[in-house]
Design a protein around this ligand. Structure first.
Ligand code: NAP
Length: 262
């Protein structure tokens, strides 16, 4: 697995969907960063495989917004989805915050009302900033142990305010959990073995079950893309068995102790 470059760490508010979409935010979203000239094809393949949430941005150093649009249009043209079924995140700058607010469903201006369903912010590590920005509905941050202590404070803020928390660097930023030299953490491995998924997939499922919206930028169309989408269903099926229910319960407690205990 290649390590991925980081985006600027400044807080950048983001809009998350547009007027002609009524889709809700799915627990696993496709991340389009660093795909360059492959962006359109990979976005198309991701939608074809079953992703219904797409994360893009206007920062040309990291994203190809036009390519993302092209991939989406191709999928719509082929009848794989309609626009209203797709949840799209597209960031703007912090300066635009108050203007963007006027497009929320609560806007007093009927011509703007509801063109944006949620406003979000990324790379924010201060609860006080969140407290002074009105209408934050999404926070997109690094979800990792090192440096951010699993972003506990920010996740708690989101839970208290009803905002969604989106996590990136979930695999590359946490090698100690799922890929340390001696092998993955025992509870991740136990879920993977029981449910017949890979350790990375088991890790994704644990985060999703905890309410983290996972950003997944896989380029492995035939393998990881489908595997990541199918993993939650496989784990749910296994949890329906007596043994699966028991093993999951033990692993879940361990997982919560890791990511939620100070
Ligand atoms: N707001 C921000 O500042 C910010 C910063 C970073 C990222 N993001 C967003 O988050 C998205 C995700 O970025 P990320 O940095 O978390 O990393 P990522 O692009 O998801 O890539 C992480 C690595 O995970 C691998 N992977 C995925 N599924 C796997 C599986 N089942 N088994 C093994 N490996 C697997 C990928 O390899 P393969 O290609 O081989 O599957 C890739 O090398 C980005 O595309 C972007 O949309 C936002």
């Amino acid at each position: 697995m290649a390590s991925t470059p980081s985006e600027p760490t400044s807080a950048a508010p983001t809009t998350t969907t547009t007027s002609d979409s009524t889709a809700t935010m799915p627990p696993l979203m496709y991340g389009t960063a660093w795909k360059k000239e492959r962006t359109a094809d990979l976005v198309y393949e991701a939608i074809k495989a079953g992703f219904r949430g797409i994360d893009t941005a206007a920062m040309t150093k990291h994203y190809d917004e036009a390519g993302t649009g092209e991939g989406i249009r191709r999928a719509i043209r082929e009848g794989i989805i309609s626009r209203k079924d797709l949840f799209v995140r597209c960031p703007k700058t912090l300066l635009a915050w108050s203007t963007l607010q006027s497009y929320l469903p609560s806007s007093p201006d009927p011509s703007r009302r509801g063109k944006i369903l949620r406003l979000g912010i990324s790379n924010v590590h201060s609860v006080s900033l969140l407290d002074v920005l009105p209408g934050v509905g999404v926070v997109q941050n690094r979800f990792r142990a090192v440096e951010r202590a699993w972003d506990r404070q920010i996740r708690s803020w989101c839970e208290a305010k009803g905002a969604r928390y989106q996590g990136f660097w979930t695999l590359t930023g946490n090698p100690s959990i799922w890929d340390y030299p001696a092998g993955p953490a025992v509870f991740v491995q136990a879920i993977a073995d029981g449910a017949g998924v890979s350790c990375a997939e088991a890790w994704y499922v644990l985060m999703m079950e905890r309410g983290v919206v996972v950003l997944d930028g896989t380029t492995d169309v035939g393998g990881h893309m489908r595997g990541d989408l199918e993993a939650r269903g496989k784990v749910a099926e296994w949890r329906g068995t007596e043994e699966g229910k028991h093993v999951w319960g033990v692993c879940w407690e361990k997982f919560l102790r890791v990511v939620d205990s100070a």
